[in-house]
Write a protein that binds this ligand. Structure first.
Ligand code: PLP
Ligand code: COI
Length: 343
């Protein structure tokens, strides 16, 4: 099998159509069989629910080539479960979880020449998504849906590799208490675009959002969870019912504890603790970001430097990233079921 002739080492985080997508429709109360399509466009009624009331959810995972040439992905079963949770909250029919994993395998295998070679630093980003295709005009859930998976080869989400980024504190809120912050719905990202553009204009890579109710606790960024290392070397993970349960973060908590013997503390974290200088390292984690080191947080009246990771990943973030990526590349053995072989 010939790989596509791409400049794998210089890919950005951008979309390019590949050979196939996966598509499956929900109609008359049931999911159809589903299968591959070479058509990367979608034709919809002008009255489709997605266009009016924003019933849309998505997932993100990566497929990549291991050292021995296998194509694998990482914990797709957790994406399947999280997507079913997202569906429930937006009154959409959950896509069956085993069918989700089969669909991921099918579409990645069909696009195997687009899976970047081992060691290139690039991966095949897999984006399952589901939206209301049925017509609705009154505010109610649609009765027809489409589930799709597109795949596209990508490079790093944050430019500059291991260079620490500077983030700011958003002037806007991301997730209301008892809202939709804990699911992966497009609507959460639509409202983050304005503050994201503001942050960029002001020279920051991202926004950290504080809790909407009190603006005192650290939540997450628009597309990644936050990791902190305290002065005792413990991994501290902000806990909140309104952040997305990141699969990368949950995996890193296991890696930190079971592979690196670290203390892991998941608890509400006051922003004041960060400004007081209680943490020595900070990182953003997610499928797209993996772990991106945060060197500074700057906002009005706020100027924080993380002393052990001001320019590049600090020692703990670097070790966490290395161990996780080694597990993903099958260089070291991960917990049972983490690496899912596709072909
Ligand atoms: N938080 C948000 C808001 C995200 O969009 C993502 C990306 O998926 C994450 C966190 C990280 O989650 P995961 O590690 O499952 O990709
Ligand atoms: C991911 O990490 O997979 C995401 O979905 C984050 C971002 C690209 C929205």
């Amino acid at each position: 099998m010939e790989k596509k002739d791409l400049d794998w080492g210089n890919l950005g985080f951008a979309y390019m159509p590949t050979s196939y997508s996966y598509v499956c429709n929900y109609k008359d109360g049931a999911w159809e069989e589903g299968g591959l399509t070479a058509d990367h466009t979608i034709t919809l009624s002008e009255c489709a629910g997605i266009l009016h009331y924003c019933q849309e959810i998505f997932e993100g995972l990566k497929a990549y080539t291991t050292e021995n040439g296998d194509i694998v992905c990482f914990r797709p079963d957790l994406n399947a479960t999280r997507m079913a949770d997202s569906a429930e909250r937006l009154v959409m029919p959950p896509f069956p979880e085993d069918k989700f994993v089969e669909a991921v395998k099918m579409v990645v295998e069909a696009n195997k020449e687009w899976v970047p070679p081992y060691g290139s630093g690039a991966t095949l980003y897999v984006r399952p998504f589901m939206f209301a295709s049925g017509e609705v005009i009154g505010v109610k859930p649609a009765s027809e849906y489409q589930f799709r998976i597109l795949v596209t080869p990508v490079g790093p989400y944050f430019k500059g590799g291991d260079t620490a980024i500077t983030v700011t504190i958003a002037d806007y809120d991301r997730a209301a208490p008892r809202g939709t912050g804990n699911i992966k719905a497009g609507l959460n990202y639509a409202m983050s675009l304005y503050p994201y553009e503001q942050a960029h204009k002001n020279g920051f890579a991202e926004n950290i959002y504080l809790d909407s109710a009190t603006h005192t606790y650290v939540e997450e960024t628009g597309g990644a969870n936050v990791l902190l290392v305290d002065k005792n070397g413990a991994l501290v993970v902000p806990k909140s019912p309104t952040i997305l349960p990141s699969i990368t973060r949950r995996s890193l908590m296991v890696v930190a504890k079971d592979y690196l013997g670290m203390e892991v503390i998941e608890r509400p974290v006051k922003f004041e603790e960060i400004t007081n200088g209680d943490f020595v390292e900070c990182g953003l984690c997610g499928t797209a970001a993996v772990i991106s080191p945060v060197g500074h947080i700057k906002a009005e009246g706020v100027d924080v430097t993380f002393p052990d990771g001001a320019e590049h990943s600090g020692p703990v973030m670097a070790k966490l990233r290395q161990t996780l990526t080694d597990i993903q590349a099958c260089k070291i053995e991960g917990p049972e079921g983490w690496v899912c072989k596709i072909c």
